[in-house]
Design a protein around this ligand. Structure first.
Ligand SMILES: Cc1ncc(COP(=O)(O)O)c(C=O)c1O
Length: 392
């Protein structure tokens, strides 16, 4: 399976670099640095040591027996990205990008954030490496993720509420692009998922690949075999791309991405870009986008801020078209049920994003046999969502 995009940044027909003139040179500079750094063992050694000592990797795998007891003959296993420092997989990526920014001599990091996890992860590495951080966040998300806003500020970052459009992640991303264009010389844009123009989707996936590489080795060691299925939620698609990358060449392992259906993909209130969208260009690359017939980005809805994005990373569009991965969706109600059930049966509070993957994983595990291992990425912990859920 071809895992590297073409020189122009395409996975099949998806990806590319659809950016204004002012960003073309900045992307070329980043591409050169990515090539150099990725070929430099010293870069990866430092990345691995920060992940071990600061993030707490490797994250364990955990058999969720009580969560599936009544429904599943198969073994359901969670990859515990919720146990990472700052509580989600996002930190794997921001460590990598901060190391690149430092190599490039950039003086400022900027980031967009939806759930706030990526903003927190960027503010964290800003504090750790001593680089100032500006975070752009939709005004609605600033409200629903107030705890994460406070944490970002505690780490010294400045959070800018974005009031345009739906005041969520799409608008925050557009604003971050504008800010990057305005100060391209000294600013490094830390993108939070496998989206944006080349080389971001490829670069972010390489930083998240650690999830899949670890999980593959852990399954072999613990169960003596590979999982039958690997499942992850898909917002922009970074935790899914990361865990899929570890298994992409294992033809017998089925890969499943779980999108947010919101009220249902047949309704307008959904965020399932691959299931309900059409091919278009958003934030610098060609992929599936929730859009109207004349190309206007549609308003989206998900109970989960981190999945409420009208686009999806181009590699997922390619994996869907090639048939290597399948993409399903889970409604707000189903995700909430999985959220409460995991808390009650295992003593683990999942992020609402991860609850989507869990809801589908439990459904799938019920259809698998006693010899099967179903692996699901628990991409983050749900502390950030508790106030929202208590208010329901
Ligand atoms: C815990 C968690 N999981 C998943 C996501 C979705 O992002 P991605 O699809 O890039 O993994 C987010 C985004 O904020 C998140 O915070």
């Amino acid at each position: 399976m071809r895992m590297r995009p073409s020189a122009a940044g395409y996975f099949g027909e998806f990806g590319g670099k659809f950016v204004p003139e002012v960003l073309v040179a900045a992307l070329a500079e980043l591409e050169r640095e990515v090539d150099r750094a990725f070929a430099d063992p010293a870069f990866w050694n430092e990345y691995a040591s920060v992940l071990a000592e600061f993030v707490g990797r490797p994250s364990p795998i955990y058999r969720a027996e009580r969560f599936t007891a009544e429904v599943s003959p198969a073994t359901l296993v969670l990859k515990r990205e919720d146990l990472n420092h700052t509580g989600a997989h996002k930190i794997n990526n921001t460590v990598g990008q901060a190391l690149l920014a430092r190599r490039m001599g950039k003086k400022r990091l900027i980031a967009e954030t939806g759930a706030g996890q990526h903003g927190v992860a960027t503010a964290t590495v800003g504090a750790k490496f001593g680089i100032p951080v500006d975070v752009y966040m939709g005004a609605v998300d600033v409200e629903r993720q107030a705890l994460n806003v406070y944490i970002m500020e505690l780490f010294g970052a400045t959070v800018h509420a974005v009031h345009g459009g739906t005041q969520t992640l799409k608008d925050a991303t557009s604003e971050a692009f504008r800010q990057w264009a305005a100060r391209v010389d000294d600013t490094f844009y830390v993108i939070g998922s496998v989206v944006g123009a080349h080389p971001y989707p490829f670069m972010v996936r390489e930083f998240q690949k650690v999830i899949g590489t670890e999980a593959r080795a852990q399954c072999l060691e613990r169960f003596g075999k590979l999982p039958s299925d690997v499942i992850a939620c898909v917002g922009g698609g970074s935790n899914a791309a990361g865990i899929f990358a570890g298994f992409i060449d294992d033809a017998g392992v089925k890969l499943w991405g779980v999108e947010a259906a919101g009220d249902g993909i047949e309704t307008k209130r959904t965020a399932a870009s691959l299931n309900a969208g059409t091919v278009g260009v958003l934030h610098g690359s060609r992929s599936y986008v929730l859009q109207t017939a004349d190309g206007q980005v549609r308003e989206t809805h998900s109970i989960s801020a981190g999945l409420d994005y009208p686009g999806v990373g181009p590699e997922h569009a390619y994996l869907k078209e090639s048939g290597r991965a399948s993409y399903v969706s889970v409604t707000d109600a189903e995700a909430l049920e999985a959220f409460f059930d995991l808390a009650k049966t295992e003593g683990i509070i999942p992020a609402l994003e991860a609850a989507h993957a869990l809801a589908f994983a439990r459904r799938l595990a019920a259809e698998r046999g006693p010899d099967d291992v179903v692996l699901v990425n628990l991409s983050g912990r749900g502390d950030k969502d508790i106030n929202q859920i208590r208010a329901l």
